[in-house]
Design a protein around this ligand. Structure first.
Ligand code: SAM
Length: 310
């Protein structure tokens, strides 16, 4: 993928914050961490060069999310307040999804993360933009989290991740998950391989479209303090399943950098962008730490940060 255009952001509408080389991935072009509005950034990128795009935009929640310092003292990490009418929000998201579609390779796919605020409108909009045939999966991410018990509705504990494929030859690597036998006992069906762990006996089945994965909790080792940070396990499934080894993963709403961190760990190249300086600073620090950890563990680091531009 050619990305020289990033070096010529003369009018500084966006800024390449970090360029990282990846050792051990042959023929890899450098990765990019970019500060700026993703629409401007995407418009500077060539067609069809990205294998997988994960988009975790503001959900239309009407909230302002703050960074890791005490509430009130912290600069807002990002605002998600669009007024009562969703039309502005949908128009804003739609134009960005169209750009992401243009950037995808013919074998690529797009994952759009949303929730009950606007998920149903986003699905209709994406069907309209890409065609219903491009829709592949609606993944339901179920989680536990604290907070007051609602008195007037069921507790909302899931998000939606919509998957669309750029073309019929899209890359997909099937994954398996554990399916525990009833009663935790072995079934001993002929020709079915069974396994056992501390919970009991299980078989391995094709991964389903609802994923029970814990949120990034207060005590989690991967916690950065950035609001709405997504768990690495979620991105591991998406990247391992839908980006070939050595391929390019992009996240133009990268927040705390979950996508580039997982992409680097799994041997994929990446492009990450956010318009929030708080997000970009946290992502940069996270990637530096990952690079340091990799360098400490192996003689050849998985990736190194080579240059800072500004
Ligand atoms: C829900 S958060 C992403 C969280 C991320 N997935 C993580 O694991 O940390 C959405 C992000 O989109 C960013 N954002 C919103 N509008 C943007 C825009 N026009 N261009 C670039 N980033 C934007 C916000 O600053 C915020 O960091």
């Amino acid at each position: 993928m050619k990305m020289g255009c990033f070096g010529h952001s003369r009018n500084r509408l966006f800024q390449v914050v970090e360029i990282c080389g990846m050792e051990g991935v042959s023929g890899s072009s450098p990765n990019r961490l970019i500060l700026g509005d993703n629409l401007t950034v995407m418009r500077a990128l060539p067609d069809a060069g990205i294998d997988l795009i994960y988009a975790d935009p503001p959900f239309g929640s009407g909230r302002t999310y703050r960074g890791r310092a005490r509430p009130g003292a912290a600069p807002p990490a990002f605002a998600d307040d669009w007024g009562p009418d969703l039309a502005d929000y949908l128009a804003w998201l739609s134009v960005r999804c169209r750009e992401m579609w243009r950037l995808l390779a013919p074998t690529g796919s797009l994952f759009v993360h949303c929730d009950h605020h606007a998920g149903h409108y986003i699905k209709v909009e994406l069907d309209r933009l890409f065609g219903r045939a491009a829709f592949i999966n609606e993944i339901v991410w179920c989680y536990k989290s604290g907070g007051a018990s609602p008195r007037r509705h069921f507790s909302r504990k899931h998000d939606l991740i919509l998957m669309y494929a750029r073309g019929p030859g899209y890359f997909f690597q099937p994954q398996k998950e554990k399916s525990y036998n009833r009663g935790g006992k072995p079934y001993r069906f002929k020709g079915v391989e069974e396994f056992q762990d501390e919970r009991g006996w299980y078989t391995l089945v094709a991964m389903k479209d609802y994923w029970e994965i814990d949120m990034v909790g207060r005590t989690s080792g991967e916690r950065t303090g950035y609001p709405t940070q997504k768990p690495e396990r979620l991105l591991e499934r998406i990247i391992a399943g839908c980006c070939p080894p050595g391929g390019v993963v992009a996240d133009f709403f990268c927040g705390s950098g979950t996508t580039p961190a997982v992409a680097a760990r799994l041997g994929r190249r990446w492009v990450a962008c956010d318009e929030s300086p708080v997000a970009v600073a946290i992502t940069r620090e996270r990637l530096l730490q990952l690079g340091r950890a990799a360098a400490g563990k192996a003689a050849t680091p998985e990736f190194t940060l080579e240059q800072v531009s500004g």
